[in-house]
Write a protein that binds this ligand. Sequence first.
Ligand SMILES: *Cc1c(COP(=O)(O)O)cnc(C)c1O
Length: 397
Amino acid sequence: MTDFAATKALFHLPEGMIYLDGNSLGALPLAADKAVGRTLRDEWGEMLITGWNRAGWMGMPMALGDRIGRLIGAEPGHVVMGDTLSIKVFQALAAGLDMRPDRRVILSDSGNFPTDLYMAEGLIKALDKGHELRIVAPEDVAGAITDEVAVLMLTEVDYRTGRLHDMADLTRRAHDAGVITVWDLAHSAGALPVDVAGAGADFAVGCTYKYLNGGPGAPAFIYVAPRHSAQTSTILSGWQGHDAPFDFDLGYRPNPGAERLRVGTPPILQMAALGAALDIWDHVDMGALRAQSMKLTDMFIEGVEATCPTLRLASPRDAGMRGSQVSFAFEDGYAAMQALIARGVIGDFRAPDIMRFGFTPLYVDEGDVQGAVDIIADVMGNALWDQPEYKIRSAVT
Ligand SMILES: *Cc1c(COP(=O)(O)O)cnc(C)c1O
């Protein structure tokens, strides 16, 4: 079991704010301040270049990868940190296509996050072998898995609606048709239990600044199944994925294992912050987290529906079918969200009409949910959002 009142005390939460956007940027773990300060002063400051050996910087991408591996059900040594999620999507997709050289279709769904689709488009152009990106509705994915498909690339939890794909079932169907799977866990890692090994996933990727609380710009992770790691093509054959980077060979020879998926120099300061966040995650029971997340999201839906008839639930009603977020559709959702933010309830807006609220049990509790419901009821019931200042769009929504 996990004591969520105790975990909440480990985060910095601004006074008077109800933060329901940990699905976009997780809250600051109090210990991250000291951890980053220590890395700056005692390591960078005092050790300079020797920090790569003396402070263990070089081993951090694999060491942190293993700690995330526990949260996603990965075998030790098969999760590697580095770069951003977009880059890791590109790498995993390229590796998958390389394993199915006589197939030309990448299958994804219209609920996927745009960067995943854009990276696929770019890869198709760069390879110039006539690949096709086939995008179907989320509910049509299972039926679209055919033996033309090289790679099935899906995000498990839809960033807009929170709808959850059945990873084990779709992976099984994909494998029956000889298809390689790439799972994006951006809205899964730290949001619900994941079992990449149990599901038989071939590749998985995700970011660490959302539910995992690694901070803005924290590095992404990539998982490769042990059965593939020794043959995986890396496409971005950077020196840190070389078998012996400090031999400075003129030719690329990949590391024999998953570490080949490293590209360049890792972000040590970001990893120090992520390490502090994982000090909390190391003690979290994912089953307890899921139970608490379902309780909070159910309570939120019930409260909002009871008080705001103009908001339409855009997430699955069954908690077992959604991740750890709740979305409501409302035509003036952007203005409504700005009015909520002005009153200390922080969610976000996704075009065209989605008001999105993330629930992070490590630092959001029942009192926060009730407080948010009361403010939403006031803003919607009294049309407080209908003010010109709430309709001016910012760059980040
Ligand atoms: C958040 C998110 C990303 C972001 O990619 P970055 O390269 O980290 O900016 C990509 N894919 C999905 C599915 C996401 O939810």
